[in-house]
Design a protein around this ligand. Structure first.
Ligand SMILES: Nc1nc2c(ncn2[C@@H]2O[C@H](COP(=O)(O)OP(=O)(O)OP(=O)(O)O)[C@@H](O)[C@H]2O)c(=O)[nH]1
Ligand SMILES: [Mg+2]
Length: 428
């Protein structure tokens, strides 16, 4: 049978033509059309040899673009020696087949391309499983098309040819693999959720979210000296990573880097990477990192917010971090952004510009989220938060008492944790 292990389209010889239908109701882009698709192709090492765009009110149900345009595509493909066609939107199995038949060239769509990048970049067991699952779910409804390719014209009513039998076998195999994959993912996630929950109760947590390539990992590295992969490639980060950030004296917070968002995110991936974003979902504050030098910065913000809304994360405290200000060419654009999103801070993670201002802003949010309580802390407890533990040591040394009254600042989550796990009694 055909291999459903993670496959990639990234052979260096691949020469691709990008095709796109522009519909009036889509979010308008200031970049030339198909630029982002070109960047995605570039990320997997496919050479772009041509582009073809058609403005239409809606996609052609059978062929995505109009038939006349496909004729143009065939000619362009011949002139450029193209080996691959990549469409900017997801195609139905029928649309792919029809375009292939008309042009004699293999067609893949945006989802397949993104799945490819994910397959290349997945490092941990969980990310690999997620990509496997997304690829299998993508392939399932398209199996028939693959077998029709191999079978040629044989078949017909009541005829179960070898292809037909094989197709059924493949379906069963993939179904089983999908089930196994889901169960393996569930196990990893249950464990992770428990870890995240217990960690988040002890610390104030911040999630870095934003469009792919905005500079989330760069910022994470600058703040925590973590060694997170930073690349001028889309979807460099696929696994959330969490590090301790020393925000200010005695103010340690947990910072989580996350997978980047993109316009028209394949729905298979939205579902699977929702779980990967769990750390951000459970954080106290979101920092929405934006590449402020990008001509489509505002559209990127809207795309990210749409995903956050779907995940019901839009009501979290959010600070817009306008990054890459060193690259901003037109100060008017930046001023417009700042006006549209007043709760912001402008930085350059790469050149460490405005980092003090950035920390001060975050500290402000941190303190606004703290509550002051009076608590009774049991003296003999070495396992408390480090600063509470420090107090407890002093209490033991100085007072030799069972417990002492303290005025301390802490978050609601800290409070619950102290109360439940360490018998701290809250007075007010
Ligand atoms: N000039 C400039 N480049 C930056 C800045 N911050 C990040 N970059 C560059 O932008 C590119 C993307 O940075 P990353 O930190 O990998 O972006 P990311 O948001 O983590 O991207 P994904 O993991 O793909 O979602 C890299 O080439 C960085 O060096 C900045 O302030 N100025
Ligand atoms: Mg990253």
């Amino acid at each position: 049978m055909q291999s459903f292990e993670q496959k990639t389209h990234s052979t260096p010889e691949e020469r691709a033509i990008l095709i796109g239908v522009q519909r009036p109701r889509e979010l308008q882009s200031y970049e030339p059309p198909l630029t982002e698709l070109g960047n995605l192709a570039d990320t997997v090492g496919v050479e772009v040899v041509g582009k073809l765009i058609q403005r239409r009110h809606k996609f052609h149900p059978g062929t995505y673009m109009g038939k006349g345009k496909l004729q143009e595509l065939k000619t362009l493909a011949e002139e450029t020696d193209a080996t691959l066609i990549i469409s900017d939107h997801d195609l139905s199995p029928g649309q792919s087949r029809n375009i292939e038949e008309m042009t004699d060239i293999r067609v893949i769509d945006r989802t397949e391309l993104i799945l490819d990048i994910f397959a290349q970049h997945a490092k941990t067991k969980e990310a690999t499983l997620q990509v496997d699952l997304a690829q299998m779910e993508y392939v399932m409804p398209r199996l028939k098309r693959m077998w029709t390719h191999l079978e040629g014209s044989q078949g017909g009513v009541g005829f179960r040819g070898p292809g037909e039998k094989q197709l059924e076998t493949d379906r069963q195999i993939i179904k089983k693999k999908i089930a196994d994959c889901k169960s393996a993912i569930r196990k990893i996630q249950e464990r992770k959720n428990r870890e995240v929950k217990s960690r988040n109760q002890k610390f104030f947590t911040i999630g870095l979210v934003g469009y792919t390539n905005a500079g989330k990992s760069s910022l994470m590295n600058v703040l925590t000296e973590a060694d997170v992969l930073v690349e001028n490639k889309l979807f460099a980060t696929l696994d959330t990573r969490t590090r301790l950030w020393n925000l200010a004296q005695a103010r340690k917070v947990l910072l989580s880097d996350t997978v980047g968002f993109i316009d028209k995110l394949p729905h298979h991936l939205v579902a699977s990477f929702r779980a990967t974003l769990e750390e951000a979902a459970q954080s106290d504050v979101l920092l929405h990192v934006v590449d402020a030098s990008h001509p489509d910065a505002e559209r990127h913000i809207m795309v990210v917010e749409r995903v956050l809304r779907k995940m019901k994360l839009n009501e979290k405290n959010a600070l817009y971090v306008f990054n890459k200000i060193d690259l901003v060419e037109d100060p008017v654009d930046l001023e417009n952004l700042k006006r549209a999103y007043p709760n912001h801070v402008c930085i350059s993670a790469k050149h460490k510009q405005n980092m003090d201002l950035f920390s001060a802003k975050v500290l402000g949010i941190f303190e606004a989220n703290m509550i002051e309580v009076q608590a009774v802390v049991p003296a003999k407890n070495g396992k408390l938060l480090s600063w509470v533990a420090e107090c407890a040591r002093i209490i033991e040394r100085e007072f030799k008492e069972q417990s002492v009254h303290l005025r301390i600042s802490l978050s609601h989550a800290n409070l619950e944790w102290l109360r439940k796990q360490h018998g701290v009694q809250i007075l007010a």
